[in-house]
Ligand binder design. Sequence first.
Ligand code: NDP
Length: 309
Amino acid sequence: MTKRVVLIGHPVAHSLSGAMHQAAFDAQGIDASYELWDRPAIELADAIGELRGDDFLGANVTIPHKERVVPLVDRLTEEAHATGAVNTITKEGKRLVGHNTDVPGFRVALDKLVGKQKMPRQAVLLGAGGGARAAVYGLITEGFQRVVVFNRHLHRAEGLVKHFGRSAAHMELRAMPWHESIIEAELAKTRVLVNATSIGLVDDESPIPAEIIPPELLVLDLIYNRTKLLRDAESAGCTVMDGELMLLHQGGAAFALWTGQPAPLELMQEKLAEARAGGVRSAEGEPAGEPVAVAAAGARADGAAPDGG
Ligand code: NDP
């Protein structure tokens, strides 16, 4: 029986995950299909319930459901519990286990960005959604001592800080209002800047003006694209990285969890690059401009979406 893995989000038509996972299943001789399920919030509980069927190996969960899925699974791993967000589901019999592989994906990207230098201890984070939660937990577990979170809606950043409570008790995790002068002052005191907003995903915009980016920052944009922020930061003399490596490694970790086999990362990276060359710009389920085609619910990812899933 062909096993099924589904990506549940809304929308999902432009996700890059299908391209890398289907190729990985095929290359490893795993009889499985990766399907795109576009499900609005109202249908989420039913979709998660369906995963208990024997034909499912598991699932990915993406925008906007990562937090909503938490109470719908039977068990959470430490990372999913700590972040309050699930991006991967595996099975233990009929029981569903929620994981957050964005966290290890983020850590791989951060380690690569930092390179041979000593891991810094201060970071500024823009954004307070699911991606930001993975980044905060990654920073906490890498030993950061001060992380300042800016978000358009301050209450969401405050909620994030509150959520981390005990896991951040040994360090300073603060929410601050989105004012350019405050961001500028914080950037002057920090070594790492992480963009976890979706600004730059669809339009060529940056969350912050180029003038306030100091040289020699390490800048990680979770968006899988050479964004305006990254171009501005590079011009200012910073070291920069986009979200590709994080996407690849969250996918690699998910693949290993579903199949028990190491992920063919090189092939997955190739497939991501191909999908990107084919015009897919989204790291996640968000729309990348005008949809080329709407993937039918339940359609096999490599067949339904001309953009590569
Ligand atoms: P969410 O929808 O949960 O959060 C979006 C964030 O962007 C919020 O902080 C939101 O602020 C902010 N935002 C959106 N539009 C604006 C705007 N016009 N002005 C100011 N702030 C804005 O998304 P995720 O956290 O899941 O994803 C965020 C980004 O990270 C996406 O681009 C996604 O593709 C990327 N990502 C990449 C991953 C990878 O593997 N490379 C993994 C996970 C995410 P507010 O709360 O005020 O609305």
